[in-house]
Design a protein around this ligand. Sequence first.
Ligand code: B3K
Ligand code: ZN
Length: 879
Amino acid sequence: MRTEQPQMIRLSAYQQPDYLINETHLTFELYEEYALVHAQLVMQRNPALDTNLPPLHLDGQELSLQRLALNDRELSADEYQLSPYQLSLQPDSEAFVIDSTVRIEPQNNTALEGLYKSGGMFCTQCEAEGFRKITYYLDRPDVMSRFTTTLSADKNRYPVLLSNGNLIASGQAEEGRHWATWEDPFKKPAYLFALVAGDLWCVEDRFTTLSGREVTLQLYVEPKNIDKCQHGMDSLKKSMRWDEEKYGREYDLDIFMIVAVDDFNMGAMENKGLNIFNSSCVLAKPETATDATYQRIESIVAHEYFHNWSGNRVTCRDWFQLSLKEGFTVFRDIQFSADMNSKAVKRIEDVAYLRTHQFAEDAGPMAHPVRPEEYLEISNFYTLTIYEKGAEVVRMIHTLLGEKAFRQGSDLYFARHDGQAVTCDDFIQAMQDASGQDLTQFKRWYSQAGTPVLNVTDHYDPQQQVYRLKVKQSCPATPGQPDKAPLVIPLAVGLLDAKGRDLPLQLAGETQASIGTRVLVVTEAEQTFEFIKVTDAPVPSLLRDFSAPVNLFFAYSTEQLVFLLKHDSDGFNRWEAGQQLAVRAIKALMADAKADLSAFIHALGAVAQDPTLDVALKAEIFSLPSESYLIEQFTQADVQAIHQAREALRLQIAVQLKDALWTRYQSARHISQEVEYSAQADHVARRRWQNVALSYLMLTELPEIVLACVDQFEHADNMTERFAALTCLVNSSLCYEKQQALAAFEREFADDAQVMDQWFSVQAGSFLKGGLGRVKTLMQHPKFSIKNPNKVRSVIGAFANQSLVNFHQADGSGYAFLAEQILQLDRLNPQMAARILAPLTRWQRFAEPQRSAMKKQLQRIQQAEQLSPDVYEVVNKSL
Ligand code: B3K
Ligand code: ZN
């Protein structure tokens, strides 16, 4: 909690560490009431700096110091200084050893940062600055050290004792205790440290690397979850192979372990050799996990594994460089998932997410560059901008350089910086050196916040057979950045002829035409691209595959969008044309409830019937833009009006396309009943299409459809179908069926925390009237706990982020409720409190009276006593 004004940390103030820690020897004695941590730090003056000996300041928070020695000599209290954040002392030689013992209370650690207890086990989370809650240390990523860790604990309660690296010794101790010593041969920053002690079972497998090294793979879980490990293990093996093939990266230790824990602030953590996962991001079996969960697990397991190179072997110099590891690693996991599943669908899902959430962040008061320049609390900077926009920036480098040069660049980066803590500039430099392309202007993507806008106009000259695209780029002002310089924007385009085929493209000055998509590189504020030998006025397909994270505007007619939806060879842009048509239809309904939507609905009907179209893509095209995305399309959004118009459009689609949807639903459901469950892409696509169709059909509430839905809920053998049916019932007006289904589901899964999270969130996220009352009731449920982040996300988070009509009630009751929860949570878990605050920070996007009511609650939080730095920073910035 805050005892003084938090200090702003600035990139411009970066200085190398005065001292280095060559070796770190830790011993943990774990007990029920406390833990003792002994740390022996073998240190030296940083040889890169001059030889005078400044005071040494070790970071440390909430530690109770028991003993401190310098070079084996115990220090008396007047030989060091303690503050709530630091331990300071004066070394008397260039090389020295510090020994400390601290007492901590993991069982009372509700912030879930440092060493804490989840269920019956001990575990850790150190990124970004959790290690300082374990022992006094130079807790910064550019201090890399070799660690050995010994843990001792009661053998019955904690038969499994794990830490980073390889197990080198273990044994029995007195009073029923035992111990284990782990040694990590790789230097690492403290944020990658981990330990686990618990009563865990493990699934084991093996992997042989390309160079023939044998690696043991272990997935540790609570015994009740032992049948949920297969998919996580398969995903790990696929990731390991893929990283060898795609990036030439091999695993480097003899053992790789994953541990699943129930209480975790985020998805997972890439600790060296010992990844710790939120159970919801690694455990699955078909009866309890949906296809979406299966895919999320595959990508998160891959993401954490890929960090072994992009993050661990090559790490960040300081936390301003966070996107160096996160943006690059997200890009890598996206490539991986695209290779494992449908490429077009993966791109659509990622872009929908980016545009809805990251664009909103970049347009609001929390906007910051991919490489921020200052922060109060680094935990607040694990943002969509660092992760998702950071990945888009790496993707653009990939597009500009091409596959081969990009790989040469990444090889050079890993070779040049292995074992180092580096910066985003070092990454770009490697890409530049390997490719010979000048990336100086491109680097602005790292320092400029805000979503760029591309305004495109066209002109066709039939006499000269010339087609011109004029591109203007601009970028809205963001906090602290009123003026922006032009960026390098790869703009992938195609031109369609009257039959919808891609035209050969030849720019003025070129001797040859190329077929299909080509990338125009926009570098100026205004630029014109001139295509020659164009025999007919074409329809442009712009920003194919979403080649840059920008807002593109082109004055398409409805006919042109329908044409693109039907013909574009770029799957992404087919979907995009449908989304633009849907936005138009919803806006039209907002202006006039009787607006004519026949062009759009007719085009959707053609999509449903199109035998050549991939069903996965059909399902995406039928998924209307989310309410959150629509809100971003207005400067003063009226949530209730948006919701009503969107639902009205869904109902019209359902009524007008009922027969086509019903036939397709029935045939897909029939196949699902006949074949065994599989998480393969084609099966996932079929179920998705089936469930999208069902969600429309259920709007009609026709008896035969309700029967089919209840049947799917009761008899499907997998969670994907069951949960989709449950969601339809929960959002319907069918009280009896809804109550029956919810009660049956609760009875069946009462002891499965992950499934109960789903049960909570489908109710908390429902748009039906009375949302706030429902949420308050859910919070009284015995399985709800405000101390468990997954429960907070599935109840409070689902309400504020999904049940938008309820959260944005005109009387402000939803906002007042959220503010109360934030204040309560801030005392327990500041990181979570700051996260669930996000919806309120967007207050300026909404029309009155919501806007003022949201602001009022932010002010209320701002005035509360003893805010954590986490909440303090977010609230102050957003006001
Ligand atoms: N690196 C961690 C995130 C840590 C968040 C700390 N508040 C997981 C990941 O991005 O892989
Ligand atoms: Zn990551």
